[in-house]
Structures are given as structure tokens and as C-alpha cells.
Write a new protein. Structure first.
Length: 279
């Protein structure tokens, strides 16, 4: 553990002292599994100072739980690093029946990444009360799970450190895999009940403030599941803002991505996680 912290400090000190350009990424391992290591791809703001605590933007890529890579989300991470946040695109295990990797392992990885950020907040210059987790599609499912699902975590981690974020961003997110199709059931196998992996089936009070972006014409994740999620969230008294885009499919978001970025910025400004450019 001491060796890990020393290496982390060396990497971060070097990155901060050199004034990392917006387009440069620092890659640090946040977790080791029986199969490989999992990395956080980190973008620091240009004016990053080691004595200034920042909000953090953690994002999970999509890919149907079985494919994808952190590089897919470099664009959104660069953008929010430019707004003064520490932004991270997180690598997680990909579901593979032959290797025995299921969505339960992915949920554990997502929680591990949040816990790792909190555990290393001093070295990362992060305010632990300003942790934002987001994701696209299957990555949005993982993001929702960090703030909603109580089950599924690594027993060897320090469970006294919370893996629950302070805010959540869901973009084309699967919030009800039970209703999605047979694919999730296939890759889950007998590892757990589908309902136990479903954010909408586990909603409660005190879920982190959430903003959702979804296409009305999404045929991959039906808009009806998003309406249901939003309704139940609000019935529990949770802050949940839904933005629906007419004619928008699951992807690509060629015409609407700029509006999504703008609305995320407003959401984060209202929470006090980034400064308004009008101030």
C-alpha cells in the first residue's frame, strides 16, 4: 500500500508541476483483478494546483457491457477538465461468459473506482463532497448502480469508504435491464437476480441528484423505462431532471450533444461543482 501511494504521488506531482495540457491524460491503475489491471484515465484542468480541491467527473463508456474502452470518452472528459474539474474515463472489466465475468463484476468495478477516488482524494486534489459519476448506455447503467444498488462490492476493499457519488449523469442509460432484452440476462447468467442489478427496481430516498438525457426514438433503451425511472425517483423525493430529445436515436448524438454538454454544465453550476462563466 505504501509503495502504491508513493508511485501515485510521484505521478501526480509530476503532472501537476508540469501544468498538464488539456489534451494530455494521466493513466493510473485503480484496481487489480485476477485477470488484469484496471486504469483511470485522468484529465486535470490546465490551472490545476495541488493545494486547490476540485470536483471530479467520473465517466463510464458504453458498449453493451461487453465491449468498449476508456478512450471513447476522452472528448467529454477533456471538456469538463476545461471547466475546472478533474475528469476521469474509467476502464472496467467487460462481460465475458468464457472468463466468468458478468455485469456484477462491472458494477463492482464502478463502485471500486469511486471508492478509489475518495481514498486517494488528497493526492488527486479532489473534494470528496463533489464526486460526479456519469455514463453512456451500459456505462450509464453502471453510473446509476453506484448511487442506487447496495449489493455487489469487493470484500477486500475498505468498505468504510463510501462508493456512492454526490451527483449522477445518465446519458442514453439503461436503468431497467429487466425490460431491455435477453442480452443482459444472457451475460448475467446465474450470478444474480436481474432485479438486483436494476436501478429502477432498487430506487429509494436519498439517491444522489440526477440529470438524464435520452432520445425519444431510442430503440435500444426504451424511453418508457426512463419515464418510469424519473417518476419513481421524484416520488421518493429525489432530484431527477429528465431531458428528452425528439427524434433522437440511442446514438449517435450528432445534433444534440452540444445541448447535453450545456445542460450538464448548468446542472453542475447549480450544485456548485463548477463556476459559471458568467460570474
Amino acid at each position: 500500500m505504501k509503495y502504491k501511494i508513493v508511485i501515485l504521488l510521484i505521478l501526480l506531482t509530476s503532472a501537476i508541476s508540469c501544468g498538464i495540457p488539456d489534451k494530455e491524460v494521466v493513466i493510473i491503475t485503480y484496481k487489480k483483478t485476477f485477470l488484469n489491471r484496471l486504469d483511470a484515465h485522468i484529465f486535470f484542468p490546465n490551472n490545476n494546483q495541488s493545494d486547490t480541491l476540485r470536483s471530479v467527473f467520473i465517466f463510464f463508456h458504453g458498449g453493451g457491457w461487453g465491449r468498449g474502452e476508456p478512450e471513447w470518452e476522452y472528448g467529454i472528459c477533456r471538456h469538463f477538465a476545461s471547466k475546472g474539474m478533474v475528469a476521469m474515463s474509467i476502464e472496467y472489466r467487460l462481460a465475458n461468459r468464457l472468463l466468468g465475468i458478468t455485469p456484477v463484476d462491472l458494477i463492482k468495478d464502478a463502485k471500486s473506482s469511486v471508492r478509489w477516488v475518495r481514498e486517494n482524494s488528497e493526492e488527486l486534489s479532489i473534494d470528496t463532497n463533489m464526486i460526479v459519476v456519469g455514463g453512456f448506455s451500459a456505462g450509464g447503467h453502471l453510473a446509476a448502480c453506484t448511487g442506487i444498488i447496495d449489493k455487489f462490492y469487493e470484500q477486500d476493499e475498505n468498505l468504510r469508504i463510501s462508493s456512492i457519488p454526490n451527483a449522477t449523469i445518465l446519458w442514453s442509460a439503461c436503468v431497467n435491464p429487466v425490460e431491455k432484452d435477453s442480452w443482459f440476462e444472457k451475460i448475467l447468467g446465474n450470478e444474480a437476480k436481474m432485479e438486483d442489478c436494476s436501478p429502477v427496481h432498487n430506487l429509494k430516498t436519498n439517491v444522489p441528484p440526477t440529470i438524464i438525457f435520452h432520445g425519444e426514438s431510442d430503440s435500444t433503451v426504451k424511453i418508457e423505462t426512463i419515464y418510469e425511472f424519473t417518476k419513481i425517483m421524484q416520488e421518493f423525493g429525489n432530484k431527477c431532471e429528465l431531458n428528452v430529445y425528439k427524434g433522437q436515436q440511442h446514438k449517435p448524438w450528432t445534433e444534440n450533444w452540444k445541448d447535453v454538454y450545456n445542460k450538464i454544465e448548468i446542472f453542475l453550476e447549480e450544485l456548485g461543482y463548477i463556476e459559471s462563466e458568467n460570474e
